[in-house]
Design a binder for this molecule. Structure first.
Ligand SMILES: Cc1ncc(C[n+]2csc(CCOP(=O)(O)OP(=O)(O)O)c2C)c(N)n1
Ligand SMILES: [Mg+2]
Length: 572
């Protein structure tokens, strides 16, 4: 009779899981041992910290739509890895978590390192349940196998997300009776489901609403990235000649250089986007939850269901009509529904084009009037380097197909606001948790997918140091990403909101992050003058190594100068 660990590895193979990322520990060690010799089908990546494993898998899941498995010992998966699991949950990224309770067969008695959830142990199943789509506790060998199969299914079905199988020690190595029900079938067969579409009459209702509208706008979110429907989004926008705004997580749903792009809506967005949405009579939302950051805390001058007809496309019907009441919710895969809408748009779009002409013609001027991706400081060299100049130079010196992983803090607000994506599907961000330390491991995970394209992480000095160990993983697996550190020696976003003379717990000791990188065997350089950046990028790329460019940042400029919800003098 086969053992559960053998069938778990077989399940991963059958389901096409390409990567197992983590740190062996507890009962998972014996599953790792069985992966030996299978590298042509399942590749193992050893990380330095479980947080990095989870973030890498999150990024890989977003880029491919397929789950990587993260695997490690219970207590540490339910603590160290949770940062990445939470972000995957909030950003709808498929991920499989395989872990154990390390109870050693004595779950009910005093046990070391136990995560069984019994008296005297930590309840890791409950911890993981709070942040996953699915978590099961397998207490028998057969449950361990079926639980792994179900975790893979749950990770990818409907709105994707993390799904976990937690196994008792005895369940992992025990024999599985495959001769009697419930039978263990090939895992691939559970995944053969077609993507949901909308009913033709609902598609027609959407077309009718768009035909009657004079000022329609698209708001594209993370769902466009997850369904890889960038092409359909652009086609629909072009057919109706309607402006496209994106949420923060939807950044680069369309190239921001496209004539119809108005950039990001919301707190960190473009004024052109906030105005376009605000003046729209119909708002077609695609795969965006409409968080306070996207809506500037539900500011009625931007989103207002009393003035606007809102059509919302979402894979989860709970999300369509969640923040605002909608005229129509279209439930299904964003890519399928956008294709249906494209198909159904003619001749209605052409026939009604005259009614939208004024709106479309006004667009270039609206962008020009609202300093679209422009700031005077972008054009002036500086030392220390202003964030605006750094963003401008990154855009000038990196190719259009560069894939970005953002982090948290001021650095990401500058990037999100001022970096004009020249190609769709080039921005990845921790828009669910806004957690520091996501960017670098995410870039390493993205490099597994985008092997032939530049992958660049942009992070703050605070975020960089939180997961800096990912550099070691990048070196070990030859994943030459570039990490650009906005080094302001501070938790910049925190510091900037503290009164002068009363700053507390927001400033760091000086650190040379380039030197830190060299210690890992990566390329590392620190620069303090914007004029040195192009050469630093060239050197980083020529090194062929994972690289860190540590940029000493001018603390002066503040995103509050353009944040849509900025506190102005006298406001509280
Ligand atoms: C893990 C984590 N801890 C705390 C926070 C709260 N927080 C948001 S921005 C920020 C400062 C970020 O500093 P840094 O990474 O240096 O970026 P900067 O703002 O300086 O560009 C903090 C502490 C967070 N988002 N994530
Ligand atoms: Mg900082």
């Amino acid at each position: 009779m086969p053992t559960a660990d053998e069938l778990i590895v077989q399940t991963l193979e059958e389901a096409g899981v390409e990567y197992v990322i983590g740190i062996p520990g507890g009962g998972t060690g014996q599953i790792y041992n069985l992966l030996y010799g299978k590298e042509d089908r399942i590749k193992t990546i050893l990380v330095r910290h479980e947080q990095v494993a989870a973030i890498m898998a999150d990024a890989y899941g977003r880029a491919t739509g397929r789950p990587a498995a993260i695997m490690g010992q219970g207590l540490f998966m339910a603590s160290n890895a949770t940062f990445g699991i939470m972000e995957a949950m909030l950003s709808s990224s498929p991920m499989v978590v395989i872990t154990d309770t390390s109870d050693g067969g004595v779950a009910f008695h005093a046990a070391n390192q136990s995560g069984a959830g019994e008296y005297g142990s930590i309840d890791i199943t409950t911890i993981l349940k709070t942040m996953s789509k699915y978590t099961t506790l397998a207490t028998t060998p057969k449950e361990a196998v079926l639980g792994t199969q179900l975790a893979i299914k749950h990770a990818t079905s409907g709105r994707p997300g993390p799904a976990c199988v937690v196994m008792r020690s005895a369940a992992i190595g025990g024999e599985v009776d495959v001769e009697s029900p419930p039978f263990v079938h090939n895992a691939a067969g559970y995944l053969n489901t077609a993507k949901p579409q909308s009913a033709p009459q609902d598609i027609q209702r959407a077309i009718d609403i768009l035909s009657q509208s004079q000022r329609p706008v698209l708001v594209a979110g993370n769902g466009v990235h997850m369904s890889k429907s960038h092409q359909q989004l652009q086609e629909l926008a072009e057919l109706w000649n309607m402006p496209v705004a994106t949420s923060y997580k939807g950044k680069s749903a369309i190239a921001e250089t496209h004539p119809l792009s108005v950039g990001m809506v919301g707190v960190y967005g473009q004024e052109a986007a906030n105005r376009s949405v605000g003046e729209a009579d119909t708002v077609l939302v695609v795969g965006a939850k409409l968080t306070p950051q996207d809506t500037v805390r539900e500011r009625p001058s931007i989103f207002d269901p009393l003035r606007q007809k809102i059509i919302q496309i979402d894979i989860d019907d709970r999300n369509a009509g969640w923040t605002f009441p909608v005229e129509l919710g279209l439930i299904g895969d964003a890519g399928s529904i956008l294709s249906q809408l494209v198909e159904a748009s003619q001749p209605a779009a052409a026939n009604s084009a005259a009614g939208r002409k004024e709106w479309a013609d006004a667009l270039p001027q609206r962008k020009q009037d609202n300093s679209f991706y422009d700031d005077p400081e972008m054009h002036r060299d500086s030392s220390p380097v202003t964030p605006q100049r750094l963003v401008a130079l990154l855009n000038e010196n990196l190719s259009a197909d560069t894939v970005f992983a953002l982090d948290a803090g001021n650095n990401r607000t500058w990037m999100a606001h001022l970096y004009q994506a020249r190609q769709a599907n080039t921005f990845f961000s921790p828009g669910g948790t806004a957690g520091m330390g996501w960017g670098l491991p995410a870039a390493v995970g993205l490099k597994l997918v985008y092997k032939d394209r530049p992958v660049v992480c942009v992070t703050g000095d605070g975020g960089y140091m939180m997961t800096v160990n990912a550099l070691s993983t990048a070196v070990q697996y030859d994943l030459p990403i570039i990490c650009v550190v906005f080094n302001d020696g501070a938790l910049g976003m925190v510091r900037q909101h503290q009164p002068e003379g009363r700053r507390i717990a927001s400033e760091f000791v000086t650190t040379d992050n380039g030197a830190v990188a060299r210690g890992f065997g990566a390329f590392g350089i620190q620069i303090g003058d914007s004029r040195d950046l192009p050469d630093a990028i060239r050197q980083a790329q020529a090194s062929g190594l994972p690289a860190v460019i540590d940029v000493l940042i001018d603390r002066g400029p503040s995103p509050d100068d353009w944040r849509a919800d900025a506190r102005r003098a006298g406001e509280t």
